[in-house]
Design a protein around this ligand. Structure first.
Ligand code: HEC
Length: 154
């Protein structure tokens, strides 16, 4: 092996090793990011439901939380890079069907984006009855994804 070739191959091995390490970290990051994102989604959605139980729900507060929920819905496509499912060995409830049936998963994501946007609009208008109906529809879109794509809690 010439000196040049060995330098190149050492550089290549180093690049591959570094690449592997980076990949593992990015999968971990992706799982952590989506789980905290969903936690926040859950918090905001609960805040909306709690507010609706009051005699005079503050629709401004609901609108602010609905805006966050919609923001999370838009981020979902970035939360599921390949390799971040159960095969990662990480603690995750994401089912492998997410990657096996990407069109179906995209559809479930889209439904959530559409319903949460309608919820924002209803909240901005301040119509409590319309908000309540739209909260149901939005909640339905959470279930529409959890049922096929989220595993039971262990
Ligand atoms: C397009 C699919 C999809 C939609 C829509 C969706 N979720 Fe989820 N959700 C998931 C998946 C998959 C997980 C599991 C993530 C993991 O463990 O890596 C999850 C996890 C969660 C968690 C647990 C987070 C944790 O790790 O503690 C909460 C809470 C949650 N979702 C709430 C909601 C709410 C509320 C909505 C609707 C307002 C919603 N989700 C809509 C797919 C979805």
């Amino acid at each position: 092996m010439s000196e040049m070739t060995s330098v190149v191959s050492i550089a290549l091995v180093m690049a591959l090793t570094a690449g592997g390490a980076v990949a593992a970290t990015s999968v971990e990051k992706a799982v952590a990011l989506r789980q905290s994102g969903y936690k926040e989604t859950g918090k905001s959605f609960k805040a909306i439901n709690d507010e609706l139980k009051k005699d005079a729900p503050r629709t401004k507060l609901i609108a602010a939380e609905a805006k966050k929920v919609h923001g999370f819905s838009l981020a979902i496509p970035k939360w599921f890079p390949k390799g971040s499912g159960p095969e990662s060995g990480l603690k995750t409830r994401a089912k492998s069907d997410i990657w096996a049936e990407p069109a179906k998963f995209a559809e479930a994501t889209k439904a959530f984006q559409v319903e949460s946007q309608k919820l924002r609009v209803a909240a901005r208008k301040g119509d409590v009855e319309a908000i309540k109906l739209q909260v149901k529809a939005t909640g339905g879109s959470c279930g529409g994804c959890h049922k096929p794509f989220r595993a039971e809690e262990k």
